[in-house]
Design a protein around this ligand. Structure first.
Ligand SMILES: Cc1ncc(COP(=O)(O)O)c(C=O)c1O
Length: 362
């Protein structure tokens, strides 16, 4: 008999995108920012002293909380620092969902980690399919309420489609939902607006939690630093389930420096946004249909009369160009392509054109 709990025994773990060790791969598969992090981040890491390493770090990452609060016009009590955005998700599932019972509600498709976390916790999952244009159905909250969901998870802008829902719609959903609405803003730095206005006390919403990460906008996926923003009561509840020292001194120093170097990071966002438009246009020229995106990736379906998305994914992989493919409903005819540098994207476009020509027998 296995020693682990039944649900862990049955669990299909999260499958991360491939992380090749080779340097020659054009890596457009895990939505990393192709530009380096702000110089101040590396400086801050170098400045960490032996004495700081010897001691435990500030348990709640208080200097970071204060910096994030200043940035977003909130109080430090509305901020929790986490080991990547993923840790905030794990904490939210642990704190808000009942094991063996009323659990989380999400859209389909969505970030696939949500289901894994729910399965680990042994809580229920309610899935609401997105509309054909990837928008969230207006009755999303009502359907979650019908199933008694305690936590609603919305990625906005959405992964993997790239679509962004407007603030007024998010507000309607939050007001209608009886549980905690976690808006996962992992890609918000590449979008036209965020949901922080929902945290304004004047709006009287106490059930909104925002997820932020430094992985994408600040080019720090290797650092593992994210944070949550929300009503002090939600943050206090999450804080009870936090590991004693969940973020380390190096990442706290780096993350605090990153926020203060936001202007430098923003330069990379501008480049990614401009390149996103160019890449989408070039893919459309090649016959792809590309969903409008407010993120640093594109969901693109290859022309229907040629190679399947899966065959194209494999042919690109053979040429050391990595994109993401899911063998899943509504996604199995598409590729998710991270926006790279113009050089990386040119390599991708050149390879696609060549593969499509070869596929057509040319
Ligand atoms: C939708 C979404 N949410 C959250 C995360 C978590 O990011 P991290 O744990 O790197 O902060 C990711 C990472 O890919 C993501 O795609």
């Amino acid at each position: 008999m296995p020693y682990e709990r039944d649900n862990i025994h049955r669990l299909t773990p999260y499958t991360p995108g491939e992380q090749p060790q080779r340097a020659d791969v054009v890596k457009l598969n895990t939505n990393e920012n192709p530009y380096p992090p702000p110089a101040a981040v590396l400086e801050a890491i170098r400045r960490v002293s032996a004495d700081q390493l010897r001691r435990y770090p500030p348990p709640r990452a208080q200097p970071f909380r204060e910096a994030a609060a200043r940035l977003h016009g909130l109080s430090p009590e509305q901020v929790i620092a986490t080991n990547g955005g993923d840790e905030l998700l794990r904490m939210a599932v642990t704190v808000f969902c009942e094991p063996g019972g009323r659990g989380l509600g999400e859209t389909y498709p969505t970030y696939s980690l949500y289901d894994v976390l729910a399965d680990i916790h042994g809580t229920s999952i309610t899935q609401v399919p997105l509309e054909d244009d990837w928008s969230v159905p207006e009755d999303f909250a009502a359907r979650l309420n019908d199933h008694g969901c305690r936590l609603g998870l919305l990625v906005n802008p959405h992964a993997p489609s790239g679509r962004r829902e407007p603030l007024d719609k998010l507000e309607r959903l939050a007001r209608a939902f009886r549980g905690v609405l976690l808006i996962d803003e992992a890609y918000v730095d590449f979008a036209e607006g965020d949901a922080t206005p929902l945290l304004d006390p004047e709006r009287g919403l106490d059930n909104v939690l925002l997820l932020r990460t430094l992985s994408k906008g600040y080019s720090l996926a290797g650092l593992r630093f994210g944070y949550g923003l929300g009503h002090p009561r939600l943050i206090e509840a999450l804080d009870k389930a936090r590991d004693s020292y969940n973020t380390d001194i190096l990442s706290q120093a780096a993350a605090t420096a990153a926020l203060s170097a936001r202007d430098e990071a923003r330069e990379s966002w501008k480049k990614v946004i401009a390149e996103r438009a160019r890449l989408a246009g070039a893919l459309r020229q090649l016959g792809f249909s590309v969903a409008p995106s407010q993120t640093n990736f594109l969901l693109a379906a290859p022309p229907g009369d040629g190679l399947s998305a899966q065959a194209l994914y494999r042919a690109l992989h053979d040429r050391a160009i990595f994109v993401r493919y899911w063998d899943a409903p509504r996604l199995d005819d598409k590729l998710r392509i991270t926006v790279g540098t113009p050089e990386q994207d040119d390599a991708l476009l050149g390879a696609i054109a060549e593969i499509l020509r070869e596929g057509a027998g040319g």
